[in-house]
Write a protein that binds this ligand. Structure first.
Ligand code: KG4
Ligand code: ZN
Length: 361
């Protein structure tokens, strides 16, 4: 049995978790504690890096202790300590990595720096034991990418956003409409019962051969609709959200279809090809439903992260650390410095933008 303690502090969640691979090979989450800082940032309408870093300093020790306690373990019982080392806000990354480094030094356990995006990418192996290769749609506050996942550390980006990340589009739409932070879940809630046909918002890049995404035009169209009709009634807000979400799901299905076709061509003998959707936006029910429909249509199996593992958490970091430990593919922790920008695939040139907020993942 291998057990790894994971630490996640790259944005506005302070999180610690313990995961294990049982002797029979099955994965197991022993503890998964996530302390959200939403209340600290809500008044500012978004994450304030300095407040986030300070909150991580204050909360992290207690969160780690709570995770070990829930797992019924002490630090001596784990085989390694994994911590998010990027991408993310530098203050939080320093807090998490330094804490992990100190704990590793005090116990003699290995320290494993983990790429936060790899955490999202490998979650489907923790929850569903999914074998390689598979296709990953990563949709979060800072990233919108399609990645071909062939193995641990073997990632090829096939598509990205050329401007805003999808979560960013949700968050900006919420702000324009006066909905509270965080935007995504509030836009989803407001869309319930709204008329998705009332506003003809654009479907950016729909029908184009390139596999990429674009969301800034959609946001501009939402702004225009909102300013033209101000002051907005609750019905207006609801209809705008429903129409926005409809445009998002249609666009996503069209864009993702390109990469499903490419995957099929590359792996013709894969009898059950899988699409994984992960990241905060993967919690959206309309998006999950649209992807389910697309996958059924294309003969793919959709593996969507369970809701509590869509957003940022440390179970995914601990798991990525465990997979790296087992495979013997571990970064040189002694000299590893946190990386605010750290693409999963360092060989494919980034598109312009790639999510302006960038640091978040
Ligand atoms: O992965 P995540 O927790 O943090 C990083 O960006 O790393 O993703 C957060 C993003 C935010 O933009 C948030 O608005 C969005 O995920 N989000 C949602 C939903 N829940 C969270 N977007 C749409 N619908 C949701 N239900
Ligand atoms: Zn994330």
């Amino acid at each position: 049995m291998t057990r790894v303690l994971g630490i996640e502090t790259s944005c506005d969640e302070t999180a610690a978790a313990v995961v294990a691979r049982n002797a029979d090979g099955s994965p197991h989450i022993l503890a998964n504690i996530v302390l959200s800082q939403i209340e600290e940032h809500a008044a500012f309408g978004g994450v304030v890096p300095e407040i986030a870093a300070r909150a991580h300093v204050e909360a992290l020790d207690g969160v780690i202790e709570a995770a070990l306690q829930e797992a019924g373990l002490t630090l001596k019982d784990v085989d390694a300590i994994a911590a998010t080392a990027g991408p993310g806000l530098i203050g939080g990354l320093i807090v998490g990595l330094t804490t992990a480094r100190a704990m590793a030094a005090a116990t003699g356990k290995p320290l494993i720096p983990v790429n936060h995006l790899e955490g999202h990418a490998l979650t489907a192996r923790l929850t569903d034991g999914l074998p390689f290769p598979y296709l990953l749609l990563l949709v979060s506050g800072g990233h919108t990418q399609i990645v071909h996942v062939a193995g641990i550390g073997d990632y090829q980006r096939w598509a990205s956003t050329i401007d805003d990340a999808l979560g960013e589009a949700f968050d900006k739409t919420a702000k324009l409409l006066g909905l509270p932070y965080p935007g995504g879940p509030n836009v989803e809630k407001a869309a319930e019962g709204g008329d998705p046909r009332r506003f003809a918002f654009p479907r950016p890049l729909k029908g184009e051969a390139r596999p990429d995404f674009s969301f800034s035009g959609l946001k501009t169209a939402v702004r225009r609709a909102a300013t033209e009709r101000a002051p907005l009634s609750p019905k207006d807000v609801s209809d705008i959200c429903a129409s926005f979400q409809k445009a998002v799901t249609e666009t996503l299905a069209d864009r993702v279809a390109r990469s499903l076709e490419r995957f099929r061509t590359l792996h013709p003998s894969d009898s059950e090809p899988a699409l994984v959707v992960a990241g905060g936006v993967a919690a959206n029910a309309a998006i999950r439903a649209a992807l389910e429909e697309l996958c059924t249509d294309k003969g793919f199996r959709l593996v969507a992260a369970p809701l509590d593992l869509c957003g940022d958490n440390a179970a995914m970091i601990a798991w990525a650390g465990l997979e790296r430990l087992e495979a013997g593919i571990v970064e040189d922790a002694a000299s590893f410095a946190p990386r605010p920008r750290w693409p999963l695939d360092e060989t494919t040139n980034p598109l312009f933008g790639g999510g302006k907020r960038g640091a978040k993942a």
